[in-house]
Design a protein around this ligand. Sequence first.
Ligand SMILES: Cc1cc2nc3c(=O)[nH]c(=O)nc-3n(C[C@H](O)[C@H](O)[C@H](O)COP(=O)(O)OP(=O)(O)OC[C@H]3O[C@@H](n4cnc5c(N)ncnc54)[C@H](O)[C@@H]3O)c2cc1C
Length: 392
Amino acid sequence: MVVAAGARAFTKAVIVGGGPAGDAVAAGLRDAGFRGEILLVGAEPEFPYERPHLSKGFLLGTVPLARLGLRPRDQYHELGIQLLLGVRVSELDLEHRSVILESGHRIGWDLLCIATGSSARRLAGFEESIYLRELPDAVSLRAILERGEPLTVVGAGFIGCEVAAAARRQGCSVTVFEALAQPLQRVLGEELGGYLAGVHRWRGVNLRLGTEPAPDLEPPVVVGVGSSPRTELAAAAGIAVDAGIVVDEVGHTSVPDIFAAGDATRFWSPLFEERIRVEHFQTAQRQGFAVGRAMAGTPAPFVEAPWFWSDQYDVNLQYAGAGLAWDQTVTRGTFGQPPFSVFYLRQDSMIAVAGINDRHTVARARHAMERRAKLTPQELADPAFDLRKAGR
Ligand SMILES: Cc1cc2nc3c(=O)[nH]c(=O)nc-3n(C[C@H](O)[C@H](O)[C@H](O)COP(=O)(O)OP(=O)(O)OC[C@H]3O[C@@H](n4cnc5c(N)ncnc54)[C@H](O)[C@@H]3O)c2cc1C
């Protein structure tokens, strides 16, 4: 049965990339009534899984392999989503509306979505190190932690900090090198980064801040110095790319009938009124779902504020916002004594919030941001002021 999407009838949707975004695009298509064929082509052999566990519960052994999957396997069958796993797409042939697999095999589409995600940025001189992106990387690292080997981590971003925390929990001695003055400085700023530096040092991490590592470090070394959008396929096909595949608020690329979702994209955010690139699990899923619905002919702009969490020891850090530059911060609670939160403001408007063991504040502030509620610094700082009422 063919369903008309918009003015035309589409019978086959192909999604390149089997991460959370690709998975959600497929679900979104079905949710919006698309009854044509859906094929998800993914380079990893595993069923779509929850990548965030790789630097947290899976490393610690508290989240087993069986719990990594994004949905029960039967559901793909029930939803009529065909999976072609362990297969890489090597080219997008726009003229003939097909994707070309590494084997040379062609698959036709009349709707295409690129959800190729991101890849770990490589550091020159550290080619042999561990880059934690896919399940086999986490399996190797977990074995190292289980053996209690001393570990060096290069980069105190989210992945570096989480790996350090997991390794300390497993009793490994850990040294972390970070080129900037504080961990997580780019997103959280020096002050909150400094607080997290204290957390790691308190747990016994040898934190070497403002220091580049020598390239001859004893292995094992884990490198976590950020990631880059996988845009090669799109760029080679002539689809607009600018630090991410350029898409609008519903996931259209520069080419008709071709959409993109997830980490690989830089999408127009009506909320922040600029194009943003986000590398968060929930955004990949929710933006992906919205893109799938748009592909099926029911477009609705994705207007949410990106949100993520990070677990390090007993610290649960949550952040809502798009990592944009700020000119003022305001603290709610007593800084350094959880629960507390820091709000990031630009020209007196809240553009982000980060909370330490303070998830309710982050959730309420996030929704206030999405409502575009006007909040004064005094209201933000006052724990008695109910953020849920702001802007209603
Ligand atoms: C270790 C780790 C921990 C993280 N922790 C958190 C966290 O705590 N909170 C949070 O919000 N986010 C976290 N993230 C980020 C989050 O996982 C990503 O934002 C999310 O996975 C992005 O989803 P995606 O589908 O866009 O891309 P990806 O998850 O990167 O998936 C893209 C998929 O496309 C496949 N692919 C690429 N090219 C091709 C091709 N040519 N042919 C076929 N398939 C292809 C890839 O193999 C991959 O399977 C973490 C990421 C990592 C690596």
